[in-house]
Write a protein that binds this ligand. Structure first.
Ligand SMILES: *Cc1c(COP(=O)(O)O)cnc(C)c1O
Length: 402
């Protein structure tokens, strides 16, 4: 019989019933240290009292009105995002893919209203992940996500990351925008070089191309800045945001400069649920915490501590771990053993992490962790690493190649 739930996911056989801070509890009562945070979504951990209060308070008053009317929470949240970023304006949706769709449409529309409708191509980068809608899989360019879904949406050209010569060769008079994750998430925590990002900005300025950053995973405090590109001192024209901005409530946003957004007039775009009052209440509460004095400094400090410890872990188990990647609390451990096996063993030891491409395990803990949680994580990672060490030495003893 076909499963009642469309089987598009490879799920681990565990269901969670409750969470508290960096911990999550399964049906059988077992506790896990959650360093996956629902893929960087639970930025403030589970059941953060301020988010619970904001959501329940809003839930008692008003859930939904549609965008035929003003929504006070959208007005507040957009103003706060504008005040804290490069952007002049914000569109709210419900997911990362929707934020990317808005960014793509906005870039194409910008050139259209400039009288250059033929300029609709967007250059993206190998290893990218931008979501699962038809346009987002075309932008991501990964064969495994495109296969069987018919003609790829036209107008996406892909080049290797950090390769300026290849990028220059790919730019044509039809190029509307460049779309990049400052730090690739699902691609394996691959960081774009500072100089590369600066060169992208320069190229865009010289040729009237829009620069789009996908900060769906790297944003909202994840790297110790509000957005990762702040480390580089380069700003985009358009930016897609989601995941952490809702702290677990489905939410996305597309931020832009007034110039980039000038084609997006009434009727050009919309979303029934986008900017729903419940989501806006939670989004505003997330910003209350993330933008409070000292919070981002805490992220940076705890991240530095975690990174130091992880460097030690690699030295301790050189047969298991290869290298550490990433920034802030968006970290990746490249493994020498299959990442799916490691993540499963780690879960058996009581800790959650997220697999990524390039045999990398993502560590995306909630931003509220303290040193004690890092120490617990190190103990669980080390125990799991040791299990792989001894499996390898058993193989050697019996003459099986490791
Ligand atoms: C998760 C993610 C997306 C897609 O977000 P959805 O909410 O799953 O649509 C896009 N880009 C990046 C960088 C992501 O991490």
């Amino acid at each position: 019989m076909f499963p009642s739930l469309l089987p598009t996911y490879n799920r681990a056989d565990v269901a969670f019933v409750r969470g508290e801070g960096p911990y999550i509890f399964a049906e059988d009562g077992s506790r896990y240290l959650d360093f996956g945070a629902g893929v960087a979504v639970n930025a403030l951990g589970h059941a953060h009292p301020k988010l619970v209060a904001a959501l329940t308070e809003q839930a008692q008053r008003l859930w939904h009105t549609s965008n035929y009317y003003r929504v006070a929470g959208q007005e507040t949240l957009s103003k706060r995002l504008v005040e804290s970023t490069f952007a002049d304006t914000v569109f709210f949706g419900n997911s990362g893919a929707e934020a990317i769709e808005c960014a793509i449409k906005m870039a194409r529309r910008y050139h259209y209203v400039n009288g250059e409708a033929e300029r609709f191509h967007i250059v993206t980068f190998e290893g990218a992940f931008h979501g699962r809608t038809m346009a987002a899989i075309a932008a991501g360019g990964q064969a495994k996500y495109l296969e069987g879904f018919g003609p790829k949406v036209e107008g996406f050209d892909q080049v290797p990351m950090n390769d300026l010569a290849a990028l220059e060769a790919a730019i044509t008079p039809q190029t509307a925008a460049l779309l990049i994750e400052p730090i690739q998430g699902e691609g394996g925590i691959r960081v774009a070089d500072r100089e590369f990002l600066r060169a992208l900005r320069r190229l865009c300025d010289e040729r009237g191309i829009l620069l789009i950053f996908d900060e769906i995973q790297s944003g909202v405090g994840r790297t110790g800045k509000f957005f990762a590109h702040e480390w580089v001192g380069v700003t985009p024209d358009i930016m897609a945001v989601a995941k952490g901005i809702g702290g677990g409530f489905p939410m996305g946003a597309c931020l832009a400069t007034a110039e980039a957004a000038k084609g997006m007039t009434a009727g050009t775009h919309g979303s029934t649920f986008g900017g729903n009052p419940l989501g806006m209440a939670v989004g505003n509460a997330v910003l209350d915490v993330v933008l409070a004095p000292g919070f981002l400094e805490h992220v940076e400090k705890i991240a530095n501590y975690f990174r130091q410890q992880l460097a030690g872990l690699i030295a301790e188990h050189p047969g298991v771990f290869e290298e550490l990647r990433g920034a802030g609390l968006m970290l990746g451990l490249k493994l020498k053993v299959p990442v799916a096996d490691f993540v499963a063993k780690l879960r058996a030891h009581g800790m959650l992490a997220i697999p990524a491409g390039d045999n990398v395990m993502r560590l995306l803990p909630p931003l509220i962790i303290e040193e004690e949680h890092v120490r617990e994580a190190m103990r669980l990672l080390s125990e799991t690493g040791a299990e792989f060490d001894s499996a390898k030495s058993d193989d050697t003893k019996t003459g099986v190649a490791a």
